[in-house]
Design a protein around this ligand. Structure first.
Ligand SMILES: C[S@@+](CC[C@H](N)C(=O)[O-])C[C@H]1O[C@@H](n2cnc3c(N)ncnc32)[C@H](O)[C@@H]1O
Length: 248
């Protein structure tokens, strides 16, 4: 949640979702400093174009913000990931970040129930010359992940997974992904502080849906923190990003 500070900002589109999804309390620090100094000047042109298209879409607030996408690109490069999974594609902003960061022979299996959203972003992925790395699979994530698991060759075959879909199912995806991502590989969960709602009391004036998601995210965070199969790192980027490294 970005609150306070000066909302006027040259060069950066300030009244759009992707420049508002942060837990930092100062807009000046987040938008005028972090985004303008480091993030947006280094955002590839194809991602910038897709971000602006997505910001104008009715569900634009679902997209990952630019600083989170930058983190994802960095993680892929730092880990040398070649094969990844994305759960929750929407228009493909984080998917494009992934495809750009992967080596030319890399692959990302991208899963979403809604192929129409993905079709909006696909031209940008094609224009960026990285469509050959994307294996989009429409449908429910737990079903598509089970299909992957059915092929023994996929078990432990992935280097990284990024999960950004229905928050109440993350625990289930974690169990599936732990079998698909290799030991030493990385699982990244988005929205793990759910705009800070995880610390609100039960009578807080937020929607029932937000209460439900906050409860699910709290359960997830508690179980990840106690999960001996992974090493865990909680970041306050966007509305919370949790990085897990599979250790057994
Ligand atoms: C927050 S958006 C993903 C945003 C995307 N990662 C980005 O950065 O632009 C969540 C997506 O998850 C998809 N989704 C929701 N529930 C799902 C499920 N059970 N299986 C697969 N996809 C699902 C929605 O259709 C939506 O496109």
């Amino acid at each position: 949640m970005a609150t306070g500070g000066d909302s006027s900002m040259p060069n950066v589109q300030s009244n759009i979702f992707s420049t508002n999804k942060t837990l930092l309390r100062s807009k000046t620090l987040y938008k005028q400093y972090v985004l303008e100094t480091t993030v947006l000047p280094n955002e590839p042109e194809s991602m910038r174009e897709l971000r602006i298209l997505t910001d104008n879409h009715e569900m634009g607030d679902m997209a990952s913000p630019a600083d989170e996408a930058q983190l994802l690109r960095m993680l892929i490069k730092l880990t040398g990931a070649k094969t990844t999974i994305e759960v929750g594609v929407y228009t493909g902003y984080s998917l494009l970040a992934t495809a750009l960061a992967l080596p030319d022979a890399g692959k990302v299996v991208a899963i979403d129930t809604n192929p129409e959203y993905y079709e909006l972003g696909r031209p940008f992925i094609e224009k960026a010359g990285v469509a050959h790395k994307v294996d989009f699979r429409a449908g429910l994530a737990h079903e598509r992940l089970n299909e992957l698991l059915a092929d023994e060759a996929n078990q432990g075959a992935f280097d990284l997974a990024f999960v950004d879909a229905d928050k109440t199912s993350y625990g289930r995806y974690h169990e599936q992904l732990l079998r698909l991502v290799r030991v030493g590989g990385v699982l990244v969960y988005d929205n793990t502080l759910w705009f800070g709602t995880v610390v609100l009391p039960p009578d807080a004036p937020i929607s029932e849906e937000d209460h439900r998601i906050a409860a699910a995210v709290r359960d997830l965070n508690a179980s990840l923190a106690a999960d001996g199969r992974v090493e865990v790192c909680q970041l306050t980027v966007a509305d919370g990003v949790t990085i897990c490294r599979r250790i057994v």
